[in-house]
Design a protein around this ligand. Structure first.
Ligand code: 13P
Ligand code: SF4
Length: 358
């Protein structure tokens, strides 16, 4: 992927002629990304005005800051947002998420302009395997089917047979001939979940992880579950504690029907249907915003309230304003790489039930 990042020199703050100029002049670059603008009513009005003027649709992942989720046209999980990007009618897609997500949108909608408010918003999980490593792994298993989580670079997707997200990973693996070996990458915890669900023994799993989800550990989950014995547990399959959650259920500490391993979209569906009054949530803390909106009567609590993704949080109100004003950062995917990656991504969006946000 290559991303166009414009000059960081913004217009002078002298004599702003309109509210828009004044807000724009306050944007500056800081150690954690673009900053200087609060998400107040003037900002919201300006974002809506610019989106309409530029014929742009704003998509936001469930881990985005609440203000970004609230201003977006669509909020959802990785699968839902990929499907929306593939069908978007607008000329421009502004992807408020991390750059593999914007890259996936560009692969699916190559004729559209795809923008990400800060191209520096990466992903530690996507960084855990590169194309050279995957080529080497494939050479060791030449007949295997390669299943890559969507949290990968376009180059890795180009070497992949089928992509998946956490909401359809089990169905994607179930769709493969049981006699074929599977290489599943890059998340070891999601891989372990898929292996448990499918019972598949001919599946090799890459040892990658997301530092945010891996950090939500089993001891923390156990302590929280014991402190709130009536709560349901929603656990994202990327979490290091997913196995502990199943252990708690298996040992009878928590009734089995109260432990749910779910994608972020799946958590929203479960929240809308739950009769529980309290739910412990093991995933990135941005998720709590949509959960509380979906089921305001439920007391949702983070298993680890420090589980905040620094990349997701780079999409600030200032970054979104700069993005819509300057048309930056634009995401480009090399045409050959995109052509190779498109089949695996199109297979992904064709498999599995709709995720939250659709
Ligand atoms: P989902 O929204 O597909 O559950 O993905 C979670 C995630 O970690 C994205 O980076
Ligand atoms: Fe990547 Fe983890 Fe952040 Fe998701 S939460 S974007 S997997 S680093």
């Amino acid at each position: 992927m290559s991303i166009t990042t414009p000059s960081t020199t913004l217009p002078s703050t002298t004599l702003p002629s309109t509210t828009a100029d004044r807000l724009f002049a306050e944007i500056h670059d800081g150690p954690t990304g673009w900053t200087g603008v609060e998400a107040g009513p003037e900002w919201a009005e300006e974002i809506r005005r610019l989106a309409a003027e530029k014929n742009a649709t704003i998509l936001a992942h469930n881990y985005q800051l609440p203000a970004i989720q609230d201003i977006a046209h669509h909020v959802g999980d990785s699968l839902a947002l990929s499907r929306i990007a593939a069908e978007a009618q607008e000329e421009t897609i502004v992807f408020c998420g991390v750059h593999f997500m914007a890259e996936t949108a560009k692969i699916l909608s190559p004729s559209k302009s795809v923008l990400i408010p800060d191209a520096r918003a990466g992903c530690s999980l996507a960084d855990s395997i590169d194309a050279a490593q995957l080529r080497e792994w494939k050479a060791e298993h030449p007949d295997a089917v390669v299943v890559s989580y969507v949290n990968t670079t376009a180059e890795v997707k180009g070497l992949t047979d089928i992509c998946c997200t956490s909401s359809n990973a089990v169905e994607v693996v179930q769709s493969i001939d049981p006699d074929r070996e599977v290489l599943f990458l890059p998340d070891q915890f999601l891989g372990a979940h898929v292996r448990r669900q499918t019972g598949r023994t001919n599946m090799h799993i890459w040892a990658g992880e997301c530092h945010v989800h891996a950090g939500i550990n089993g001891d923390e989950l156990t302590a929280r579950a014991k402190a709130y014995p009536d709560a349901e547990l929603y656990v994202h399959p990327e979490c290091g504690c997913a196995t502990s959650a199943l252990y708690l259920a298996g040992e009878g500490f928590v009734p089995e029907n109260k432990v749910k391993i779910l994608s972020t979209g799946g958590m929203l569906d479960a929240a809308r249907a739950t009769g529980a009054t309290q739910v412990l949530v093991a995933t990135e803390v941005g998720m709590l915003h949509q959960l509380r909106r979906a089921a305001p009567q439920v007391d949702f609590r983070a298993v680890n309230d420090r589980a905040s993704c620094p990349y997701m949080k780079m999409i600030t109100p200032a970054a979104l304003l700069r993005c819509l004003t300057e048309g930056a950062d634009e995401v480009h995917v090399d045409a050959d790489v995109a052509a190779r990656a498109r089949t695996s991504v199109e297979r992904m969006i064709a498999i599995g039930s709709p995720g939250g946000g659709e």
